[in-house]
Design a protein around this ligand. Structure first.
Ligand SMILES: C[S@@+](CC[C@H](N)C(=O)[O-])C[C@H]1O[C@@H](n2cnc3c(N)ncnc32)[C@H](O)[C@@H]1O
Length: 355
């Protein structure tokens, strides 16, 4: 290495960033532990609290709790008052860390990188062989992590914002529509829509049988299993059309043949029906996708999305940062004549396709 080529200021700045990332990795383990033990929730309920009191409230050992609390303070995840040796979550920290129903609740999302670490050897082998890794071949934390993370976003946006952004869809759902939720995973999207639109019928399909079993449980729990049915089926052979609405929630880019999936949607759709395509937020060009959210998605895309698509034959491996232009082209080739961005959030693009 040519030492003279090193700009010390730039090195310091980049190193600070890399150490910040490393620190965040350690902190993620603390966040997961804090969530599982109910530490954040107890803090949110208690207000200013000492380590011993928090340990008592959560039935944990004080020494561990104190060290965990110190890690929270060091990372800006809690505040410390030296005068009385108390720790406290601000209202903003509590919304992100302690309120599992909040759309910005983060702790469950750490299950996803946990599963990615666990499956690192599979990823290394896949890079060398070029072969795929199917969605169902990952550590179990992936499924609950993804489902819990997306569920909160869907809770916050799907019914109040995304469906109303689609032309005429809310009126049709209120009157009674037939809806397919393709690649439904744990089925939270269907359950949320079924709760809001009791006159409509929902069918969720996924190739991952364990997810379908979990989805059935969620529908039962929510008391909507009379109008929500989940079945193991692929995006290219699910039955039951014509549908008024066909949804793809964060899954089209995972598929081995997204064009075949879009064609099957075209064939299964009522002529006046709508496809709602929810995809990870992305701009069309890599140089416009330089952000923490894009970094997260590209990383997950590498070992999860691309890997699954390749496992299904990989005719078109879109990846999680495909962007609107590439997605529009898939639907154009599948015979759709109208395609537009209906809504967006920092995490999602909500796209509407009509025949
Ligand atoms: C990132 S998960 C999203 C799950 C769910 N839609 C959600 O938003 O939580 C992608 C899902 O697509 C499913 N999937 C992948 N390829 C599929 C295919 N060819 N047909 C149907 N589902 C598929 C996976 O099994 C997985 O459940």
């Amino acid at each position: 290495m040519n030492a003279q080529a090193i700009d010390q200021q730039k090195l310091d700045a980049f190193l600070a960033r890399a150490v910040g990332d490393l620190s965040a990795g350690y902190g993620g383990v603390m966040i997961s532990i804090g969530h599982k033990l109910g530490l954040y929730q107890a803090m949110a309920e208690a207000g200013p609290v000492g380590a011993r009191d928090l340990a008592t409230r959560t039935h944990c050992a004080e020494r561990y709790v104190r060290e965990w609390l110190n890690a929270q303070v060091a990372g800006g995840y809690a505040n410390y008052q030296p005068d009385d040796d108390s720790y406290e979550l601000s209202p903003e920290q509590a919304v992100v860390l302690a309120d599992a129903e909040s759309p910005v609740f983060i702790p469950n999302a750490w299950q996803v990188p946990a599963s990615m670490w666990f499956d690192e050897d599979k990823a290394v082998a896949a890079f060398r062989s070029g072969e795929g890794v199917a969605w169902g071949d990952h550590d179990g934390r992936l499924y609950c992590g993804v489902a819990a993370f997306y569920r909160n976003a869907y809770r916050g946006s799907l019914v109040p914002d995304w469906l109303p952004a689609l032309e005429g869809v809310v009126d049709r759902l209120a009157a009674g529509s037939r809806v397919a939720d393709v690649g439904c995973g744990y089925g939270h999207s269907s359950v949320l829509m079924a709760e809001a639109f009791p006159a409509s019928e929902f069918r969720g399909f996924d190739v991952h049988q364990a997810s379908i079993i979990a989805a059935k449980g969620h529908a039962r729990q929510a008391g909507v299993d009379d109008r929500v049915v989940f079945e193991t089926a692929s995006a290219t052979d699910y039955p039951g059309g014509p549908y008024d609405l066909i949804c793809f929630f964060d899954c089209l880019h995972d598929m081995g043949d997204p064009l075949a999936a879009a064609r099957h949607a075209a064939e299964s759709l009522d002529p006046d029906g709508t496809v709602m395509l929810v995809e990870p937020f992305a701009n069309d060009r890599l140089e416009d996708n330089v952000s923490p959210v894009a970094r997260l998605y590209y990383a997950a895309s590498t070992t999860l999305c691309c890997a699954h698509s390749i496992s299904e034959g990989g005719r078109l491996v879109l990846g999680a940062q495909a962007g609107e232009t590439r997605l529009a082209e898939v639907f154009r080739q599948a015979g759709f004549t109208r395609f537009r961005r209906a809504a967006e959030t920092p995490f999602n693009l909500i796209l509407e396709a009509r025949r």
